[in-house]
Design a protein around this ligand. Sequence first.
Ligand code: NAI
Length: 261
Amino acid sequence: MSNERLLEGRLAVVTGGGRGIGAAIADRLAAAGARVAVLGRDRDELMKRARALTDEHGVEAKFMACDVADEDAVARAFDGIRRTMGDPHILVNNAGQSAGVAFTETTRETWDRMIAVNLTGTFLCTQQVLPAMLSAGAGRVINIASTAGLKGYSHTAAYCAAKHGVIGMTRSLAMETAKKGITVNAVCPGYTDTDMAASAIRTLVDAGRTEEDARKAITRVMPIGRLIRPEEVASAVLWLCSDDAASVTGQSIAVAGGEVM
Ligand code: NAI
């Protein structure tokens, strides 16, 4: 798919859009002509990202600071987006956190945080955009889940449970909206070269491995033999936003170098 401005004028909201996979997605959508609102916790990071989107791609870009797990803050952030930019045509639920911890050591706090950020955050943000998408008879919701939404991994029960939940919600909402011009899909990255993968590597180093060993342990599970690049995840998202993908809904598309099939 060429990078022509196929999303010219559409408004996309990308949660966790300040860095990592979310920043790559915001960049790819802006390059395709979309106006973009990046939403997340780190105001400085978001402000820089929004500025870069406008400077590099000549599109309107704004930022809203909020915790996606805080219902009131989410409502305020989306009110701000609607007031200043209009109704979103595209929502990318990307904000997320992981926790690498043994099941017996998983505290209630960790469990609740994994569900709140990864699953409830996706629910809250989607509720904010769906009414206008239903009225317009058009929309795209793309949830950045994970291969951890498709299979189990050791030491990640809470994260895996949340990401499996995201995929369940994706499938169910896709059924509800299939006749309404709205598609709802999940993109499931494997280990991707961002701060999150770096922290997974750090956890192994803290447990006594060398940096090189830790990297190898992570890439060993990936048939492609390397980490996924954030831009590769962003390309899948762009395609799902395009008119070419109008009949693709309820899917969980792995961008994982062959790790799941
Ligand atoms: P990252 O840690 O580099 O970026 C996560 C972004 O989400 C940051 O901008 C952060 O501020 C934001 N965020 C976190 N908690 C938030 C909250 N409560 N409210 C608002 N914003 C919040 O992580 P990365 O790798 O870019 O991850 C993006 C998504 O991709 C996540 O949903 C993650 O679970 C998923 N993913 C990542 C993989 C990886 O190996 N990096 C693999 C599979 C899925």
